[in-house]
Design a protein around this ligand. Structure first.
Ligand SMILES: *Cc1c(COP(=O)(O)O)cnc(C)c1O
Length: 403
């Protein structure tokens, strides 16, 4: 079989072999319960969890007692990015309900934030969804206009999963701090690509997920600034400083630690490589007529490109690519089962028809320029064939003859 090509790293990444190696001993050998530190089995596990927490804290400039005994721990492990988002939003909303029940977020958030906001609306909270400009960047003027005396929480993602558009989190963090409003950011896509600094960004809460940066699935973290009180999402034992119950998943936690450490130390090399791939795709896409790039490539994640192919539907394109062993996406993994056009692309002002013709390519550290070339060569062919069958394109051509 021909070698397959994977261009969907925004959906998930493979576990890095070095990360997998780091995790291995914690399944069958160092298997102790990290909460039972009366004996060495548990202490070894607790030690591994502590070291992983320190790695996460170091990568995002959060507090960690293991790094500095005067600091308070600010990193809490969760089952992934979704749990971190749900915990941050519901936890902050309920803990502050006496102060106010208004939340501000954007029209381009991940389903984890969107559906939690919808849930909170059913529970008596009011949510304002701020729009974005044509580049997919949140409108700061609109965001400021949405803030009210009873606003208790603002949640804006650091970078969008469908377009890669980077959001002005530092500015928003400052705005919120001045007004003493809690600020949460979903940094799941940003991790590994941007230099995350919770202090510089002025965030109160920040979500991470390991499987977006070559760590395992099912593990993530929520940063909660010291002094910020939010309700628990998962009550139980005394794990995670009594803030999140459940026996620590030691191998996955170790995997998150190893992955975030590698992401931080290798960030510049990885970003340079991704930018090279992106530049190649952008330049070669010019060989295909009626294509448009969504969001501003200068303001997007280094490895994410969202492209509209006029007059065709992305589902058909994806199927043809898959038949040739190439994996891309029509938007977010979470939305790909539905036939609804992406809420992110619609918020940027794309028509339903244009939003239906969009593919997302998201590159990773193992991709090559040759793979991009293979993909574009194939796309030229597939797009031409699909357009030949497209009634929309026939109509367009007929109209053009008469202008
Ligand atoms: C993937 C993703 C999530 C969900 O993370 P999981 O660990 O898969 O639950 C949340 N937000 C964004 C922006 C994502 O890309």
């Amino acid at each position: 079989m021909k070698k397959r090509i994977y261009f969907d790293h925004a959906a998930t990444t493979p576990v890095d072999p070095a990360v997998f190696e780091a995790m291995k001993p914690y399944f069958c050998e160092t298997f102790g319960n990290a909460a039972n530190t009366v004996y060495s089995f548990g202490r070894e596990a607790a030690q591994a969890v502590g070291e992983a927490r320190a790695k996460v804290a170091k990568a995002i400039n959060a507090g960690c007692r293991l790094l500095d005994s005067r600091q308070k721990d600010e990193v809490y492990f969760t089952s992934g990015g979704t749990e971190a988002d749900v915990w941050a939003l519901t936890g902050a909303a309920y803990a502050n309900a006496a102060k106010g029940k208004h939340i501000v977020t954007t029209k381009i958030e991940h389903a984890a934030v969107m559906s939690t906001c919808a849930q909170l609306e059913k529970r008596g909270f009011e949510v304002t969804y701020v729009g974005v400009d044509a580049r997919g960047v949140v409108r700061l003027d609109k965001l400021i206009g949405a803030l009210r005396p009873d606003t208790v929480l603002v949640s804006v993602m650091a970078a969008n999963n469908e377009t890669g558009a980077i959001q002005p989190v530092e500015e928003i963090g400052k705005l919120c701090a001045e007004r003493k409003i809690l600020f949460h950011t979903d940094a799941v896509q940003a991790a590994g690509a941007l230099d995350i600094d919770v202090k510089k960004w002025n965030v109160d809460m920040l979500s991470l997920s390991a499987h977006k940066f070559y760590g395992p699935k099912g593990i993530g973290a929520l940063y909660i600034r010291k002094g910020v009180k939010i309700d628990k999402l998962i009550s139980g034992g005394h794990q995670e400083f009594s803030q999140r119950g459940g026996t620590s998943n030691v191998p996955l936690i170790v995997g998150l630690g190893a992955a975030i450490e590698a992401a931080a130390t290798q960030r510049e090399t990885r970003v340079r490589h991704l930018k090279e791939l992106k530049a190649r795709l952008l330049s070669r896409l010019r060989e295909i007529d009626y294509t448009s790039v969504n969001a501003d490539p200068e303001r997007t994640l280094p490895g994410t490109v969202s492209v509209g192919f006029g007059f065709i539907e992305s589902e058909g394109l994806l199927t043809s690519l898959d038949l040739n062993g190439i994996a891309a996406s029509s938007g977010s993994a979470c939305a790909s089962d539905s036939l609804e056009p992406s809420h992110v692309l619609l918020a940027m002002g794309l028509s339903h028809a244009d939003a239906q013709g969009v593919l997302r390519f998201s590159f990773g550290k193992s991709n090559t320029v040759a793979e991009i070339d293979t993909c574009v060569d194939l796309l030229k062919d597939i797009v031409a064939k699909r357009r030949e069958m497209s009634p929309l394109f026939a109509e367009f051509k007929a109209e053009k003859k008469f202008v």
